[in-house]
Write a protein that binds this ligand. Sequence first.
Ligand code: XMP
Length: 506
Amino acid sequence: MHEKIIILDFGSQTTQLIGRRVRELNTYCEIVPFNKFPLDDPTVKGVILSGSPYSVNDANSFKADLTAIRGKYPVLGICYGAQFLANTSGGKVESADSREYGRAHLTYINNDDKLLQGIDCGSQVWMSHGDTITVLPESFRIIASTDDVRAAAYQIEGENTWGVQFHPEVFHSTDGTLILDNFLHICGCSKDWTPASFIESTVAELKEQLGDDKVILALSGGVDSSVTAVLLNRAIGKNLTCIFVDHGLLRKNEFENVLKDYEHLGLNVIGVDAKKKFYSELAGITDPETKRKIIGKGFIDVFDEEAHKLKDIKWLGQGTIYPDVIESLSITGTVIKSHHNVGGLPEKMNLKLVEPLRLLFKDEVRRVGNELGMMPHLIKRHPFPGPGLGIRILGDITPEKVRVLQEADDIYMSLMREWGLYDKIWQAGAILLPIRSVGVMGDERTYENTIALRAVTSTDAMTADWAQLPYDFLAKVSNEIINKVKGVNRVVYDISSKPPATIEWE
Ligand code: XMP
């Protein structure tokens, strides 16, 4: 078992970011709700308290019992975390008169302090809270200040406990990573958590957990399920059977290409062509959530049918990754769209779940895939939603609309690769709009469909910016689509960010 840092989540938007930074420093960490500290875990080396949308003075703010933590482990409180420590030790936190939001600079630093080793006066930090600590408890020693915030950082005397009012995890705190690294050093972390060590320990654990049991796994062509399959294959070989369903809503030629890749990787995979079933069940359906439900249920039916042809299956493999896990544990989460493609599967099939990537972030999954020797095009693949083109054809779905969208999308994605843009983008795709407009081609009047192009940059799909693709590129894509795809006479580019828009249109 790897040593770990525990991050107690008080609901801040940057909690995940703390986790990512710690992992980037080759140290394993887990994010748990503020009141779920794992008391009996011998692998815990230190604890970080996150920020929060609340003020410590709010009646409904999150309050953790730290008696079993303080003094036993090194602790670092960030923003709310720092205020919470001060407030519960007899200090005072108040709404600040002069609020310091955004960039600030450390104008005083105690360089003898272990947390601030190597950080110079003037270092830029990022502040983001309306409150400030106005009275520090007696044993708290100020170790850094800014012009407006005296207690920008403190240490508690006689205790390995620190608090920082700013956010070391965000990019704009220029020495933030160094501060986190210093903290890991204080915790005595060996910083040897790498993709290779993850693979070695996960394969060993999977062997132990699964023994000679048989496992079934739904492949989607995406990075997460593919890496899950290769890891499981390494652990249990032919006891893993993968199923790849063609619901008729994949990208052009994707089914054939991805199947070939999987076979090349030595996976035991069954490809199922279920296009007809899906097209007939979706005929005439326009409501987005109903479409998602039909596709999700159809998928479970097909998967279930295939699974029943196999004997003695005990486990269901899934490519769940950490953001999904955090979201389901979340203390503040709201569901905007039903993203879980196969939610009801394990109960229906009476199988146990095995999810070897459940504690990894997306970029870590990619690094593991790389270390496993998987093809770059499979690892760098953009995310693609389970319901596929089904939620990119607005309104009802017909095989003809699927064809039109597949052609347009294929032109867009091929050009994106050709122009070297594919790897710079988080996710891109074409959307077929239920709108026709007038155009002119040669001497003819046309009255045809509109294609919207979408491309976003993001790190986790929770927030996303529309990508500023070059005009030349957009012009080329538009020309090619209108000239080559019968049924399309207009192309538009989506310039909405998330929030308030979402990445997919449905
Ligand atoms: P939204 O549209 O909510 O999408 O901004 C965020 C990310 O999730 C993907 N997405 C899905 N993935 N099943 C999936 O497997 C779904 O039903 C689904 N809906 C959206 C979307 O492509 C983006 O990466």
